[in-house]
Design a protein around this ligand. Structure first.
Ligand code: OSB
Ligand code: MG
Length: 360
């Protein structure tokens, strides 16, 4: 097996334009890990989805860098392959994304074309973190609605759910596409309480219970009319198949990082399409590098709900790439070779905290 000529792990720290609060805590900056590979004919970039702490799933940035360095990159040069390492989907996905980007750039072919995208623009929503007050939340949502986002998602947790949802419905009316994400913060005993969300015509409730509680999700799904969507519970096409057949969800959130890469993401897309289950593309506060790849994925035909991929200015004052800009509630899928964007050297220089060469 011939691996790439060089693999580089680059760590960066980008301040977020506003703090992002979820049931697991608040992020003030994005601790980013980029993988860059160099092959005989092209360079390729991949962004790791992992956050700085292992609170969303088990992975975290430093751990992802470690498993890449010690276990994944060395396997590019033997026959074992990345699948011989258990777990670590976000680390694997970042490396696979960089390799695929380089291969496609070498062929002059876009990721959009490779994945089988059905459209050139993708309707996108915005994920609104937990807010310090109802007033602050309404102000934040108003700003995004004015910018034209196609849908709003509110982070919820016990103690911050019916009130904020009700306040947003009151203020913005029945036509606003609205959904909520609990990041696993409820238990099956909260099913009765979650029924109180049914009167707000939500598009979906995302991950009400912890990732491993599929039967709990079945019980919740039987007690509420709002469609249940799974995020953290779905690590593979096999997981999606199980969840759908059990009745644990009616909608699936797909993030390439969470499932080990774009190929598995497409398998989940295809399986859901066959079962008549709509999917949408989740986000991980990516820079333009990760967002470009996610947009190509989100352009596949069964991605029928707005993606959690917002414009660059929703996350960063300065993105690593040319900024992604909202037009009529949509972002444009890059169509140049590979992911179609390249990080700007000045932005890399400004935000990089360390660079490590693994192969040369
Ligand atoms: O649960 O969807 C989530 C961000 C980090 C970790 C988990 C999640 C999120 C988001 C942000 O909701 C979506 C975005 O990138 O805009
Ligand atoms: Mg989620």
């Amino acid at each position: 097996m011939t691996g790439p000529e060089a693999v580089e792990l680059r760590r960066l720290r980008l301040p977020l334009v506003e703090p992002f609060g979820t049931a697991h805590g608040t992020q003030h900056e994005r601790d980013v890990l980029l993988v860059r590979v160099l092959t005989s004919d092209a360079e390729g970039w991949g962004e790791c989805a992992a956050l700085s702490e292992p609170t969303y799933t088990a992975e975290y940035t430093e751990g992802a860098a470690d498993v890449l360095r010690r276990h994944l990159v060395p396997r590019l040069f033997d026959d074992a392959g990345l699948d011989s390492v258990q777990g670590h989907p976000m680390a694997k996905a970042a490396l696979r994304a960089a390799l695929l980007d380089a291969a496609l750039r070498g062929e002059g072919r876009s990721l959009k074309d490779y994945l089988g995208a059905a459209r050139s623009t993708v309707p996108v929503g915005v994920s609104v973190g937990l807010q310090p007050s109802l007033d602050a939340m309404l102000e934040t949502v108003a700003r995004y609605v004015e910018q034209g986002y196609a849908r709003v998602k509110l982070k919820i947790q016990p103690g911050w759910d019916v009130e904020p949802v009700s306040a947003v419905r009151d203020r913005f009316g029945p036509r606003l596409q609205l959904q909520v994400d609990a990041n696993g913060s409820y238990t099956v005993d909260d099913a009765r309480h979650l029924q109180d969300l049914d009167s707000f015509a939500l598009v979906l409730i995302e991950q009400p219970l912890p990732a491993d509680d599929l039967l709990g999700h079945v019980a919740v799904a039987e007690r509420i009319t709002t469609p249940v969507c799974l995020d953290e519970s779905i690590g593979s096409a096999a997981d999606a198949d199980t969840a759908i057949r059990l009745g644990a969800c009616r909608i699936v959130n797909i993030k390439a990082g969470r499932v080990g890469g774009l190929d598995e993401a497409v398998r989940i897309h295809d399986l859901c399409q066959k079962q008549g289950v709509p999917v949408w593309c989740g986000g991980m506060l990516e820079t333009g590098v990760g967002r470009a790849a996610a947009l190509a994925l989100a352009a596949l035909p069964n991605f029928t709900l707005p993606a959690d991929l917002s414009a660059s200015d929703r996350y960063y004052r300065e993105d690593l790439t040319d900024p992604f800009v909202l037009h009529d509630g949509c972002l444009t899928v890059p169509d140049g070779p590979g992911i179609g964007v390249t990080p700007h050297p000045e932005a890399l220089a400004q935000f990089t905290t360390s660079v490590e060469q693994l192969v040369q």
